[in-house]
Design a protein around this ligand. Structure first.
Ligand SMILES: Nc1ncnc2c1ncn2[C@@H]1O[C@H](COP(=O)(O)OP(=O)(O)OP(=O)(O)O)[C@@H](O)[C@H]1O
Ligand code: SF4
Ligand SMILES: [Mg+2]
Length: 421
């Protein structure tokens, strides 16, 4: 099996070194069906203040990577490799030894705030407890800090709302409370796993804005896990694309959006609506589904879905190697990375799902599976980001107050939760 051992992990070197280093992380689960190879040699580095997005389809290993980093995996997990925070090894540490790091230096935000919040305690009590777990302050001082944190994350009337219970908040406000807890002890790293996926679109943008504000307040670095490239484009500095338990492309946001060098990334981009067209542009999603993670994978795991696949793709799994200029931190795991990057998109057939003009054009592939390069248009910038959301410059950050009000006793957002995971 090819591994993704690389020195820079696509990250530019910074003074003081990276905060978080993951090297050749492998995670297996022993199951009745066989061994699930959930993570197969992932390496990454997170620099101070940086936002690294991890993107990929369901089952690609994003959450398992984050859970392994925080020591939160199920007992059935077998892990290898290294996870270091400030040069201290975290992998295989006992629960007690992880406590000083977890929630203090590194905090986590999950998809569903109800799994993070305790329904029987007020939000103020829960924030205050998080503070007192790591700081030597009185209950009164912790409650005062809790009110300040609620104000920072945009909860209106925090002096009153501090005594409310989670079910008295809407989904978006609950996720703001979770963000308040995540920043309560001034973490250096925040891991956010699909922090907006359970919310509807307009609330998503507000919560992302809150997350951005939280980064501004704490100067924390963020590992942002999502299946939504629009979210990545709005927040991340760099992106790691995962497929079948591996990093298959790593680069800056511009590398990934404007110079993708892996057909899978091109497929993810093809599933995203664009803002720079007249609306007639068809989506070009990836056909098929990801491979089973049970047992060994021979060759490139994307080959069964890749329009460019040729013999070598079925025989050997490509290593993650630099692509483009020698000094570039852009990495790709594709035997034809340079050609793919130069040629640009589209690679996948257009969908006819929401058009009246019939099926999209046939995929232009020659007999040996190669697309003639001269037919390929140049990549064009301009993808739809989460609504009302984009990268802001320094000093442009404002905390938007939540407009929505929750009704006590309301069953919160059950219909919005994803059924997968
Ligand atoms: N406790 C477990 N036991 C067995 N297999 C597991 C376990 N947890 C995760 N897996 C498997 O590991 C693989 C990676 O799962 P993971 O949750 O990391 O995916 P993901 O990229 O986060 O997907 P999603 O977008 O759906 O959250 C999947 O095949 C999943 O079924
Ligand atoms: S290695 Fe081959 S199958 Fe895999 S992404 Fe590249 S062209 Fe496609
Ligand atoms: Mg997940």
């Amino acid at each position: 099996m090819a591994t993704t051992a690389f020195d820079q992990a696509g990250a530019p070197a910074r003074a003081g070194g990276p905060l978080l280093v993951v090297e050749d992380l492998e995670v297996d689960f022993k199951t009745a069906e066989g061994t699930v190879h959930a993570v197969r040699g992932v390496s990454l580095r997170l620099n101070p203040g940086e936002v690294l997005g991890i993107v990929g389809e369901s089952g690609s290993g994003k959450s398992v990577t984050a859970m392994a980093t925080m020591g939160l995996l199920a007992r059935s997990a077998v892990t290898r490799g290294s996870v270091r925070y400030r040069n201290e090894e975290l992998l295989h540490r006992r629960e007690k030894q992880l406590m000083p790091v977890r929630g203090k230096a590194i905090s986590m935000i999950f998809q569903d705030p109800m799994t993070s919040l305790n329904p029987v305690y007020s939000v103020g009590w829960q924030i205050a407890e998080a503070i007192r777990a790591h700081q030597d302050v009185s209950k009164e001082e912790a409650m005062r800090l809790a009110i300040e944190l609620l104000r920072k994350v945009g909860i209106p009337n925090p002096e009153e709302r501090v005594t409310s219970y989670p079910h008295e908040f809407s989904g978006g406000m609950r996720q703001r409370v979770v963000i308040a807890i995540a920043i309560a002890n001034n973490p250096e790293v925040i891991l956010a796993d699909e922090p907006t996926t359970a919310l509807d679109v307009t609330v998503q943008a507000q919560v992302l804005e809150t997350l951005r504000t939280a980064l501004q307040v704490t100067h924390a670095a963020l590992l942002l896990i999502t299946h939504d490239l629009g979210v990545i484009a709005g927040l991340a500095d760099r992106v790691l694309v995962m497929y079948a338990g591996r990093a298959v492309e790593v680069g800056t946001v511009d590398d990934i959006f404007y110079r993708p060098a892996m057909p899978y990334t091109i497929g993810l981009l093809g599933s995203l609506p664009r803002v720079d067209t007249d609306g007639s542009e068809l989506l070009r999603p990836i056909p098929g589904s990801p491979p089973s993670m049970v047992g060994e994978i021979a060759g490139c795991p994307f080959a069964p879905r890749c329009p460019r696949a040729v013999d070598i793709c079925w025989e050997s799994e490509p290593a993650l190697v630099p692509v483009g200029a020698a000094a570039s931190p852009h990495l790709s795991a594709c035997h034809f990375a340079e050609e793919v990057m130069r040629a640009g998109e589209p690679l996948f057939a257009a969908t006819s799902a929401d058009t009246e003009t019939g099926p999209g054009p046939e995929l232009d592939v020659d007999t040996d599976g190669h697309r003639p390069e001269h037919d390929m248009p140049s990549p064009e910038p301009g993808y739809v980001l989460a609504e009302g959301f984009g990268r802001a410059g320094p000093g442009e950050y404002e905390i938007p107050l939540m407009e929505e009000e929750a009704r006590p006793g309301e069953e919160p957002d059950a219909s919005r939760h994803r059924e997968e995971t």
